[in-house]
Design a protein around this ligand. Sequence first.
Ligand code: 3PG
Length: 215
Amino acid sequence: MTTDFTKILEAAPVVPLVKADDPTIAVKTSRALAAGGLTVVEVVFRTDRALECLKAVADEVPEMIAGAGTVLSTSQAEAAFDAGARFIVSPGLDDGVVAVAKQRGAPVYPGIVTPSELQHAYNLGLNVVKFFPATIAGGIPALKALSSVFRTMRFMPTGGVSADNLEDFLKLPAVLACGGSWLTPADAIASDNYDKITALAAEALKIAARARGNQ
Ligand code: 3PG
């Protein structure tokens, strides 16, 4: 099945990060995000059981498109796809990881900051990249400068994005979507407050609609 990720991200331009060490929690968190209207989730490889968490979300939350985040190596990328990942996100740009995704026919969003990294991504045939860490790496002014040169490139700013600055990022035409962990706060998960996560997801979509002039 082919999926037009650009269209999906344009419709709900927010990619929440799920960091869990327990598949049950990853599933509950992803369901809570889906209940708030989000359609894509990035399960990050930052815990010992991240792969199991990804597999559980891919298998048990069909309403969500699950991808793997913080993918650092080709072996992690292969394992992620074998576990059901539909896309890959990396903090940096690695040719091997990009090649694995291409071989699997799946999107890959590597992190870039500099014009050289972006040019490298462009020449690998990518047209969407993560911009990470977004706020530290120059935020909106940096994105404006980069997108004026790389006119066809779309960006996924992540790192320091929150409900407070989401609208400003999404107002930039070059920004396809924003990612972040603000939608899945550790304290809400620890206190079993999944309604809070659903509310944060719904709030993010409202902000996105405003930014895109749909509301
Ligand atoms: C990432 O992996 O994309 C970042 O760690 C997310 O940054 P945030 O926690 O500031 O959203």
